[in-house]
Design a binder for this molecule. Sequence first.
Ligand SMILES: N[C@@H](CCC(=O)N[C@@H](CS)C(=O)NCC(=O)O)C(=O)O
Length: 205
Amino acid sequence: MKLYEQAATVSCKRLNLFLREIGVTDLERIEINVREGDNLDQGYQDKSANGKVPLLELDDGSHLSETVAISRYFDEITPNDLNLFGQDTVERAKVEMWNRIVEIDGIQNAFQAFRNLTGLYSDRENCVEDWGKEAKRRVELFLPKLDKQLGQSSYVATERYSIADISAYILVFVAVNALKIEVFETNQNIKRWFDKVSTRPALQA
Ligand SMILES: N[C@@H](CCC(=O)N[C@@H](CS)C(=O)NCC(=O)O)C(=O)O
């Protein structure tokens, strides 16, 4: 098995947080430089369904793209009792629900804001400043919804830590550091939760 990644990118950080939680350490890793366009090579594009990192190459020669899909794969092949995708029918459904909400309303908009405002990938896509501004506004509108949820629940999806917390951590990380949104000033529940999850060993590594 081989993991193609650029460890410094946010999607790879997100996957690696998950892998550290469940104790996956022994993995062949191939660092590629997406800013330099290594992922645009035809050879890489042929392997990857979305053309991005991370990308997992399985021993049978097939490939998995998408951070959550790769996380699920590792969760199923790695004995662990964390149940980061949920431990019973209702919990699994709630984790799926919140993970999707955080990803669709939060992370995707945060990525679009960053890409379109910075023009980071203008060598491969048309960057539209107004799109970036609107995407950032949508992140700002979503954060109070996450804050409300964290006022009612110890963790994002349920009373237990799950992959939805890893996704939300990444969202807040991007919002604060890349988009310069003052997340903690107006969202006290997010702040309390963020301080708590930041103490997890997987997040401190
Ligand atoms: N939905 C994908 C997003 C992956 C993604 O956007 N990866 C970025 C790095 S954070 C990338 O490969 N960018 C290079 C490009 O877009 O060409 C996932 O969750 O894995």
